[in-house]
Design a protein around this ligand. Sequence first.
Ligand code: UD1
Ligand code: BG6
Length: 371
Amino acid sequence: NKGNYEHYMQKEIHEQPESLTTTMRGRLIRGGSCKAKTVLLGGLKDHLKTIRRSRRIVFIGCGTSYNAALSSRPILEELSGIPVTMEIASDLLDRQGPIYREDTAVFVSQSGETADTLHALEYALENGALCVGITNTVGSAIARNTHCGVHINAGCEIGVASTKAYTSQIVVMAMLALAIGGDAISNEARREAIIDSLFDLPNKVREVLKLDEEMKELAKLLIAEQSLLVFGRGYNYATALEGALKVKEVALMHSEGILAGEMKHGPLALVDENLPIFVIATRDACFSKQQSVIQQLHARKGRLVVMCSKGDAASVCLGGSSRVVEVPQVVDCLQPVVNIVPLQLLAYHLTVLRGFNVDQPRNLAKSVTTQ
Ligand code: UD1
Ligand code: BG6
């Protein structure tokens, strides 16, 4: 049921304040007078000790689910101190990459049925790793075959392009990082800042959804383009990959997410006054590096749209004539949840304006159950 919306993707983008609320329900504890704020993931509580003892955490997934895991890698490394590596399921299988008994392998999948991810799970089980699932579908193959896990509880997602499941996956993985990180005093202020920001996140997403019309106007300017680059780094490298994936899969426009730190090692050759480039430059530890990237793109007359934190327009428009998209600021590790929303809206409007099928893009399936 699409309610008042024209498409499922549109509905699912706009219901993110509610889906995020459901994802967090019963899992965040505010803490009384003497009790610190904390998270409770029922599906993991008996396994946290084993996870904390593991030598490595390996995230495994495909498509949007892989991107969600990538955005959560820095906070998991920071809070747990355990090395975190990333695997695209098919690539792990192609290489028959090493997986050990001392590893915790985390399988991220909205449907819980993706063939590549499921085969990678069988492979990790054979190799003796502790296997954790993060899925939206209760009773799915991944939920059943993992040792333990967390349901993201985002509600049924129908649009082939994943939107609300992506943001809920990021929230679950931030909670996972908090749970694995435990209650070290040294991290207490950081943990509380993240939990406070989680409580407020649905409001911030409601606020960023007000950019709908602005993103439709931007889509009108981009409607006839051949290509769109998206630059990000740090927490928002994943946002660049996921934004580009949305544009590619539904708007059928070539789009690439680029790690801004790699700009000088190739991508800079593409920059001219025609190619549109979206730069994510919200406030975090990488901000000044992104300012310098923007300066260098300006120097080559790049056609920029810069996403920045509210109030930062002047700090990112360094003498150039870029368009600016201002978004509300949240704690750095949750900023990808806010930042993806304008890109989801852009992909949606581009698709409708270009006259393509938003909910069922050509050649793609919601759940890829063959290899
Ligand atoms: C569970 C209940 C929820 C109830 C809550 C009350 C289910 C599905 N969830 O939620 O309805 O309100 O307790 O305390 O009944 N699991 C995996 N692999 C996965 C995902 C989950 O093995 O990929 C396992 C978990 O380890 C856990 C179970 O499935 O044993 C349920 O997981 P989850 O729904 O996340 O647990 P709770 O949030 O505690
Ligand atoms: C398909 C979907 O390719 O599978 C994508 O079209 C999705 O949207 C990918 O990200 C992985 O799916 P899942 O269910 O494992 O998260």
